[in-house]
Design a protein around this ligand. Structure first.
Ligand code: FE2
Ligand code: FE2
Length: 166
């Protein structure tokens, strides 16, 4: 099995984008179904953000200083998504703002995923090469095992605090 970091991250993206589509297809008043989809989104995003923040971004930043600006922008985009995820995780699906907030989250994350896949990943693949990407991927698989699945878990909250104070 390939442990190529970019392949793994793209697989995560696919799964995340699928929940977005399903949410958009759900009916206006399908509160229970939409609530479940948002729970799933939150879990997928929390785990994915964790492995990118813990492994991918810091390692790439260290190995490829020329993509520093992309990494910094990514941290900020993640931070915006984190705030929305935290708010959504405390919100009832039949609340007036639930669909609107989810829609804004979806728009933000779609944009971020597009930038990663179209602009950032190609630079990283070229700069790091196959072997390093496989090592990074193996580290991400390890990190996934201890990743938080809810934004309220301490290891998930830490990054939010970091984004504000560092
Ligand atoms: Fe990201
Ligand atoms: Fe990503």
């Amino acid at each position: 099995m390939s442990t190529d970091a970019i392949v793994l991250l793209k697989n995560d993206h696919k799964e995340i984008l699928k929940t977005f589509k399903d949410f958009e297809k759900a009916g206006e008043n399908a509160h229970a179904a939409k609530g479940k989809l948002v729970d799933r989104m939150i879990e997928l995003l929390t785990v994915h953000t964790y492995i990118e923040n813990e492994v991918m971004y810091p390692r790439v930043r260290e190995l490829l200083p020329e993509v520093e600006d992309d990494v910094l922008e990514s941290y900020e985009e993640h931070h915006v998504a984190d705030v929305l995820v935290i708010e959504l995780s405390a919100m009832k699906p039949d609340s007036e703002r639930f669909t609107a907030k989810t829609t804004v989250l979806i728009e933000n994350v779609r944009h971020h995923i597009e930038e990663e896949e179209q602009e950032w990943f190609p630079k990283v693949r070229e700069g790091l090469g196959r072997k390093t990407l496989q090592e990074l991927g193996a580290d991400m698989i390890e990190a996934k095992k201890k990743a938080p699945t809810r934004p309220s878990q301490p290891s998930a909250l830490k990054k939010t605090v970091d984004a504000v104070i560092s």
